[in-house]
Design a protein around this ligand. Structure first.
Ligand code: DGY
Length: 318
């Protein structure tokens, strides 16, 4: 019977589909495995289910003996050396589509949390400081009529654009390949080159995948282009932003604030960032709705089943 090794427990619905067909070994410890542990425990496995915290580099891939598919429990797959997998003929799959709405919701939630100072205000109430309604208590910028710059207008960026329109925002976007005029009109968005978008937007939300091209796409020079009232939201990948430069800009109040769900050296969050009151910090929960995480688990299982049955998986990356 084929064997599937799962590096960390995923929702039961997905595991059940796998357990009905295969021998399944799941790491049930609440910790991520080292590369050595993954290669050892997946040594006799035909399929490997990974999380984005698992670094599946060339060395791991070359060491895998029988694995035919690496099914990543995420839409992003920057944790896997795709070239190495391709060379070894191992299929890699991801979970696109099902987390679009959840992640877009979270980007908007972060934007509201930063602009309306929700975390600070909550602490204020808990600390017993709420003594009376005051005209200038916890003021922040409104969203209505402001310009939202979306960097990367794929599935999630588009879903953010749709939400932003409902809040009365003007939406501009930057994307490597510009949309057709018809698509732009349909979504009600306008194209800008990246630097123009950064310097003219009130709020900026990042939705590009992490690649060598997008590493530090938002570097010190580009952060300095932003308005002093700008708010930066990142629900994509931490290293798209030069985190050190962002922290300096937030400390110097060169931008108004930031909402971050992801970090450059995740899960490490710099102490300097935690000390700031103009940033809202989340633990990479963009896709964390019950429904989404269950759908992701089902997709992972479907991808594994397809490959182990000799069929084309629904979500092949390579
Ligand atoms: C992904 O899927 O890439 C997200 O970052 C986690 O759901």
């Amino acid at each position: 019977m084929p064997k599937v090794f799962v590096t960390y427990k995923i929702p039961e619905v997905g595991l059940k589909l796998l357990c009905e067909r295969y021998e399944v070994e799941v790491n049930l410890e609440d910790r991520f495995l080292s590369s050595e542990e993954i290669t050892r425990r997946a040594n006799d496995a035909d399929a490997l289910v990974t999380l984005l915290a698992d670094k599946i580099d060339r060395h791991v891939i070359e060491t895998l003996q029988r694995v035919k598919i690496i099914a990543n429990y995420a839409v992003g797959f920057d944790n896997i050396d795709i070239e190495a997998a391709k060379e070894k003929g191992i299929v890699v799959t991801n979970t696109p589509g099902v987390l679009t709405d959840a992640t877009a919701d979270l980007a908007i939630a972060l934007l509201l949390a930063v602009t309306r100072r929700i975390v600070e205000a909550d602490e204020f109430v808990r600390e017993g400081k709420f003594t009376s309604w005051k005209p200038e208590l916890f003021l922040g910028p409104s969203l209505q009529g402001k310009q939202l710059g979306i960097v990367g207008l794929g599935r999630i960026g588009t879903a953010v654009a749709i939400r932003a329109k409902a809040f009365g925002m003007r939406v501009v976007y930057y994307k490597k390949r510009r949309l057709s005029e018809e698509e732009e009109n349909r979504l009600g968005v306008s194209y800008m080159d990246l630097d123009e978008l950064l310097s003219s937007s009130d709020f900026i939300s990042l939705h590009v995948p992490f690649t060598s091209e997008t590493h530090h796409l938002i570097d010190e020079k580009r952060i300095n282009m932003m308005k002093p009232t700008a708010v930066l939201i990142n629900t994509a990948r931490g290293a798209v932003v030069d985190e050190k430069a962002l922290i300096e800009a937030l400390i110097d109040r060169r931008i108004w604030g930031a909402g971050l769900d992801v970090y450059e050296f995740e899960p490490r969050v710099p102490e300097k960032l935690k000390a700031l009151d103009n940033v809202v910090l989340l633990p990479h929960i963009g896709s964390a709705t019950v429904e989404t995480r269950e759908k992701m688990a089902i997709m992972v299982a479907e991808n594994v089943i397809a490959v182990l049955e000799g069929k084309e998986p629904p979500n092949r990356v390579v």
